[in-house]
Each structure stands twice: as structure tokens, then as C-alpha cells.
Design a protein around this ligand. Structure first.
Ligand SMILES: [Mn+2]
Length: 527
């Protein structure tokens, strides 16, 4: 950290040209926003530019040709945010071109560590114990060290940190890092500040106004309202379309936000269309599900794969077929019981030894992180991939694919009061590693069943009677199950607590699907 900040301070003294290299997801967008704003706005340093990869052309992270472009543009120093720790070749290339590099990242490293001038990453730090910071938080730590060495007044430094922390809170929720320890403390405190709207960045204020969030801000709002919007830019257009919404204020910001909303609407439509085709294509007799089509947009194959895996609790691969290039590019998602690395290595070696014309196996590219992988291969190798997947999927036992829900406890009619439920708010913010509590409500009687929503997304609305009380439950994206439920049937439902900020009341909201059979319930010990 000290080395990194010293290099940057010296570079600014020497009037060197700085390039911030970032990635296009929410963490990357917010990280680059922070680094850029810190240098250009607060430190008034003019020679700083930003650059990012093109999702469709380059995929994730820095490539050798980016280093060339950066050099050609006359930059002297590269600062990576939310990426860089696996860019081994690129750093060697940068060294050869006499470029200085500061890597700030939070991803796991490969066996070797890149040859950069400074690396700031909790994953490779021998003394920083909490490994699960998001990329934006790493930038914030860097900011704090840099500010301490700067000549800015204590007051200005504090206000910069105050402005930055809510942005980091958004990145923390969006990047799905565990909401524990530091992460939990930060998000909890700054959700409260964003709710009060005191001393927050004007552009963040504009964003919150635009999305019309009233009442207390919860991690839910970040996950379902703010995150998909910022993310849509990088998926379908460019990450810059997302970044702009944070850089500008006033009319210009509103224009950018409208644009981003349109992109997000297009994303929803493409996603719904692709999901429909994919669900129709997959063969449920198989334990690894595969769907591919030229119409699948590369920016959404990951979400479609995730939806399929979530629905069937099986690994899934969704590929975009590019006939002009002769390749298929796609995404993989899998349930926790599955070892994706083992499968991909098996496919690669199996195809290499027995079939492939190439020197490494049929997969041209493959890789990813804890939750998502990408891959590409030639269209001519798809039939082989299919048969290899079928062979490999025999290793998955049917009992593994059975869906379970971890419920916390049964709840009785008399416990469904705001008095009993309100204290659950103290457990907020919910998210990865701190899931919302789930309750079972037994023996409810179905009063009405309705399919609600739009052509692109149907939900299932069930109203039940539980000991004389009327309860509406909405099951998102489950509209196709409407036929399965009949009026007067008795069912058990799983539900979460919601707070109605309008009526200032806690109410229950069925969000997970029944029928609850005994083997589906996996009641966790709570102590
Ligand atoms: Mn990240």
C-alpha cells in the first residue's frame, strides 16, 4: 500500500500521464469512478484517463493489445482497479514498454503473481486477514492511505471518504462478497446514511431520486433496483454507459440514466426471449443442461445459465453461436455440489487425447471465478462437447440434484405480528452469507391462484387463509406453475418478512415455492 501510494504521488509530481484500467461490472464501474474522481476532481490532477475492455471483443480483464494502446496514447503509469492480479503476460509486456503499473484488485491470484510495481490485494497480502473485500473497497483503502499523505485538510479528506463510502457499499452488495465483518459493518452504516441522504455525492443522490426509492434503503434496493441498471451497461452496451450515470449530475445525468434504463429494458427482453428458447431446448433427462442459439446475446448468456441452474439445481451451459466467426461463446453456472474446474479439465484432456485436431483440447478459452465461468469453442466441436457432457454428467447422482430449501423455523399465526417481526430488521443488511430468514407457515388454505405479470415475465400470485388471516404471496418468475395449485387445497408456504414503508407495517411475503414436502425442508439448527 505504501509503495503503491508513493509511486502515484511521485508520478503526479513528475506530471506523468496516468491510465486507469477497469472492468465493466458494477464493482469495476464503481472502482474506476472512485479512482478517477479522486485523482481528477479532488486532487485536481489533469493527466488521468480511463480505459476498459470491450466485453464482446475482449472478454474479461486486460489483454496485451490494451497495453500497446495505453503506451501508444502516451501514458506512463497504469492503475488497474478490480482486475489485474491474473494479468501475467500483460505485466511483462508493460515492463518491456517501460510502463509503471499499480495493481489494485480483490480476485484470487494464479500460482504466480504478476510483475507489477505495486500490488494491493487482500488475497495476496500476507498480513491483511479479511480476504473478502470487493474491488471498490480496495480502492477506498488506497484512497485513505493516499489522502493521509496528501496536503488536503482533515475536513476535505473526511468529506471525500464520506462521499466514497456509500459507493463502496453499493459495490459490496453488488459484487456478492460475504456480508460479514467489515463488509457488514460498512453496508449497514452506509445504507442508513443513504436513507437519510445526508452528505452523499450529488450524482448518487440523483441516481436514488431517479429510481424513486422512498423509505429506508435496504440491500434489496441495491440488489434489485440499482445493481441491474448499472450492470446492464456493461452487458449490452459499454461500461462507460454505466459510469456516466455516476460522473454527471443534473439534466445530463438524467439523460444518461434514461439511456441506461432503455438498455436495461432491452436486457430484460433479450433475457426473457433467450430463457424461453433455452428452457425449451434443454433435455431434463441430462444432469448437465446445455442450450445454444445464434440469437442469444453474449451479454446475457450468464444470467440465463444462472436461471436454469437455479431452477433445476443442475450445472448449465448457455452458448451464443457466432456463425460468422465459427465459434460458440458462452457461460456456465453450477450448484454448490459441483466441481466445475474438474469437469472443464476433464473435457479438455479427454478431447485432446481422443478427438481433437488442435494441440490443447476443444476448449479455446475457459475460466472464471467462484460463481461463474466462461468458455468458447469451435462450432464444429459442439457435437463432441455434447457427448462429452453427457458422459461426464453420469457422475452426478440424481439425489444431488434434488432441490432443498434451508428454512429457519416454523412460525405460528399468533407470531405474525409487527411486534414479533420488527426485530428481524436488526439482522439487515441481508445478502451473501447473511441470507434473509425463511419461515414455514403450515396448513394454509388456498383462496385464489392468479398468473400476473407481462409476456416477458409471469409470476404466480397465491392468496391463502391462515387461521382466519388473509395472506398474499407472490412467487416471482413462477407463472408457469399456476395450474399446479387449486382453490381449497391446503399447502405449507415458505415466506420472508417484508416491511411496507407506506403502511409502516411488517408483513409476510411468500417468495419461495411450495409444495413443501418433508424431504424438501432442511431445517437448520439455530443457536
Ligand atoms: Mn469485483
Amino acid at each position: 500500500m505504501d509503495i503503491g501510494t508513493d509511486i502515484l504521488i511521485q508520478a503526479m509530481k513528475d506530471r506523468k500521464s496516468i491510465c486507469i484500467f477497469w472492468d465493466y461490472d458494477v464493482d469495476g464501474v464503481t472502482s474506476s469512478f472512485l479512482m478517477y474522481t479522486l485523482l481528477s476532481t479532488y486532487m485536481k490532477y489533469p493527466k488521468v484517463k480511463i480505459m476498459y475492455p470491450d466485453r464482446l471483443k475482449d472478454g474479461y480483464g486486460m489483454k496485451v493489445h490494451h497495453v500497446d494502446t495505453i503506451k501508444a496514447a502516451g501514458h506512463d503509469l497504469i492503475i488497474t482497479v478490480d482486475n489485474g492480479i491474473t494479468s501475467i503476460q500483460e505485466m511483462i509486456h508493460a515492463k518491456n514498454l517501460w510502463l509503471q503499473v499499480i495493481i489494485t484488485d480483490h480476485h484470487k491470484s494464479l500460482e504466480i503473481i504478476p510483475d507489477a510495481d505495486a500490488i494491493i490485494n487482500p488475497q495476496v497480502s500476507p498480513w491483511y486477514e479479511f480476504k473478502w473485500l470487493c474491488g471498490a473497497w480496495v480502492v477506498l483503502k488506497f484512497t485513505s492511505t493516499l489522502l493521509k499523505k496528501s496536503t488536503l485538510s482533515e475536513e476535505t479528506r473526511q468529506s471525500i471518504m464520506n462521499h466514497f463510502i456509500p459507493i463502496v457499499a453499493i459495490a459490496t452488495v453488488a459484487d456478492c462478497v460475504p456480508l460479514l465483518w467489515e463488509n457488514r459493518a460498512l453496508v449497514k452504516r452506509w445504507l442508513a446514511q443513504m436513507t437519510r441522504r445526508s452528505d452523499i455525492l450529488p450524482s448518487l443522490n440523483g441516481l436514488l431520486d431517479f429510481v424513486n426509492i422512498s423509505g429506508p434503503l435496504k440491500s434489496f434496493h441495491i440488489g434489485f433496483i440499482i445493481w441491474p441498471r448499472i450492470n446492464a451497461g456493461g452487458r449490452l452496451a459499454t461500461g462507460y454507459d454505466s459510469l456516466k450515470t455516476l460522473l454527471f449530475t443534473g439534466e445530463k445525468q438524467i439523460e444518461c440514466l434514461r439511456q441506461l434504463d432503455d438498455i436495461n429494458d432491452r436486457r430484460k427482453k433479450l433475457q426473457a426471449e433467450a430463457l424461453e428458447i433455452a428452457l425449451w431446448q434443454i433435455n431434463l433427462d441430462h444432469n448437465i443442461l446445455l442450450a445454444m442459439d445464434p440469437s442469444f446475446h453474449e451479454g446475457i448468456v450468464g444470467i440465463v445459465s444462472w436461471r436454469i441452474t437455479e431452477k433445476y439445481n443442475k450445472p448449465s451451459i448457455v452458448l451464443h453461436i457466432s456463425e460468422s466467426k465459427g465459434i460458440a461463446v458462452g457461460s456456465l453456472r453450477w450448484p454448490s455440489y459441483f466441481d466445475v474446474m474438474a469437469m472443464m479439465q476433464w473435457i479438455q484432456s479427454e478431447s485432446f487425447w481422443h478427438w481433437s485436431q488442435s494441440d490443447s483440447g476443444i476448449l479455446i478459452k475457459f475460466g472464471g471465478h467462484k460463481q461463474a465461468w466462461g468458455m468458447s469453442l469451435k462450432i464444429s466441436d459442439l457435437t463432441l462437447l455434447q457427448s462429452l457432457l453427457q458422459e461426464y454428467s453420469l457422475r452426478i447422482k440424481p439425489e444431488q440434484t434434488k432441490k432443498t430449501i434451508n428454512v429457519d423455523t416454523l412460525i405460528h399465526a399468533h407470531e405474525r405480528s409487527t411486534e414479533t417481526l420488527a426485530p428481524l430488521d436488526h439482522m439487515e443488511p441481508f445478502g451473501n452469507s447473511n441470507e434473509e430468514p425463511l419461515f414455514v407457515l403450515q396448513d394454509t388454505i388456498i383462496k385464489s391462484v392468479e398468473k400476473v405479470g407481462t409476456k416477458w415475465k409471469w409470476h404466480l400470485k397465491i392468496s391463502v387463509n391462515h387461521w382466519g388471516k388473509h395472506i398474499d404471496s407472490l412467487y416471482r418468475s413462477k407463472g408457469d406453475l399456476t395450474e399446479d395449485y387449486k382453490i381449497w387445497d391446503t399447502i405449507d408456504i415458505v415466506w420472508k418478512v417484508k416491511f411496507d414503508s407506506y403502511k409502516q407495517q411488517h408483513y409476510i411475503d411468500g417468495t419461495l415455492l411450495t409444495p413443501l414436502t418433508d424431504d424438501l425442508i432442511n431445517e437448520e439448527e439455530n443457536d
